[in-house]
Design a protein around this ligand. Structure first.
Ligand SMILES: NC(=O)c1ccc[n+]([C@@H]2O[C@H](COP(=O)([O-])OP(=O)(O)OC[C@H]3O[C@@H](n4cnc5c(N)ncnc54)[C@H](OP(=O)(O)O)[C@@H]3O)[C@@H](O)[C@H]2O)c1
Length: 293
């Protein structure tokens, strides 16, 4: 982004999930453009360190520490920002947790937690932000989804579902916010080099290139500035373009190809079948997530 560009000077920006990865680089990119950045995450020490970095470019930048899986905290980050800074120009909903796991090892509670952080927190913050943005006559809501929601891999059912919900929600916001002065952006990162990969409880099968988080940060600023609706990052990756085209032209072929890349293991499946063979379901229902020994 051009340093003489004044588009973001003094804009008030919230970036969630800024203690690492894409959120961290996005917060720095906005601060370098003179925006006041309010970062949000749970790890306070990391937010403190980041705030010192941000204040070198944007002295009023600060942080709010808490769990976005909690509705009250999600509302609070919006209300407090407007109380402290008088407005909210850009909300970047970036925080998320991964879940790459054998389906039968996922409990309903595990799945609900992923939805709370990855989808509901975005709903809560967007709904809290809309009245403020509408009153001020402008604002941008940026929701960070995932390329996986476009071409779902195996072992990602719940993560993909949470991001697919976010896609539908953001598309709907774009439609229904017409005339309000509020613009919605939906961004789908491909494989990006962040700590999210270390948080997978089962190792993923992907071993291709990982792109730098700064690439996503740059695309976020660009999409906000140009009022783009949807962006896949990196834009020009041959593999991502091919995967998208093929998933439209030959979806069943793509599904079969992906299933081979990270297959459902027969040995694990047999363990589940064995537990069920010995279970008396009419007396003791067996719940998903209770198969792991
Ligand atoms: N990296 C990729 O390859 C990739 C690909 C597609 C999409 N994405 C998406 O890009 C976004 C950023 O991911 P990333 O790769 O930068 O991952 P990351 O480094 O793991 O960052 C995730 C951020 O979310 C925060 N977070 C998680 N749970 C939270 C909670 N309950 N409350 C508040 N903050 C929470 C984490 O901070 P604390 O732990 O300190 O709370 C962290 O700052 C996510 O939406 C992810 O789904 C990433």
């Amino acid at each position: 982004m051009n340093m003489t560009d004044k588009s973001f000077t003094d804009k008030v920006v919230i970036v969630t999930g800024a203690s690492s990865g894409i959120g961290r680089d996005t917060a720095i990119a906005f601060a370098k453009q003179g925006a006041v950045v309010i970062t949000v995450a749970r790890r306070e020490e990391l937010l403190k360190q980041l705030t010192e970095e941000l204040q070198a470019f944007s002295p009023r930048s600060t942080y709010l520490c808490g769990d976005l899986g909690n509705k009250d905290f999600s509302h609070k980050i919006i209300d407090k920002t407007v109380q402290d800074f008088g407005r909210l120009d850009i909300l970047v909903n970036n925080a998320a947790i991964p879940m790459h796991r054998f389906l039968y090892n996922i409990s309903v509670e595990d799945a609900e937690q992923v939805f709370q952080v990855n989808f509901l927190s975005c709903l809560w913050t967007c709904f809290a932000a809309i009245p403020y943005m509408m009153k001020q006559g402008s604002g941008t809501l940026v929701n960070i989804s995932s390329f996986a929601s476009k071409v779902p891999p195996t072992h990602e059912t719940i993560y993909v579902a949470s991001k697919a919900a976010l896609n539908g929600f953001t598309q709907g916001l774009w439609n229904d916010l017409k005339g309000s002065g509020i613009h919605a952006v939906l961004l789908h990162p491909g494989p990006i080099d962040t700590e999210i990969w270390d948080k997978l409880d089962d190792p993923g099968a992907y071993d291709g290139a990982l792109y730098p988080p700064s690439l996503v940060a740059d695309e976020i600023l660009r999409a906000v500035k140009k009022k783009t609706f949807e962006v896949v990052v990196p834009r020009k990756s041959f593999q991502l373009i091919l995967a998208r085209v093929m998933s439209v032209l030959a979806p069943s072929l793509v599904r079969k190809g992906i299933a081979k890349m990270d297959p459902i293991k027969e040995v694990e499946l047999n363990q589940v079948k064995q537990v069920l063979a010995n279970a008396e379901l009419d007396k003791n229902p067996v719940r998903m997530g209770s198969f792991k020994r």
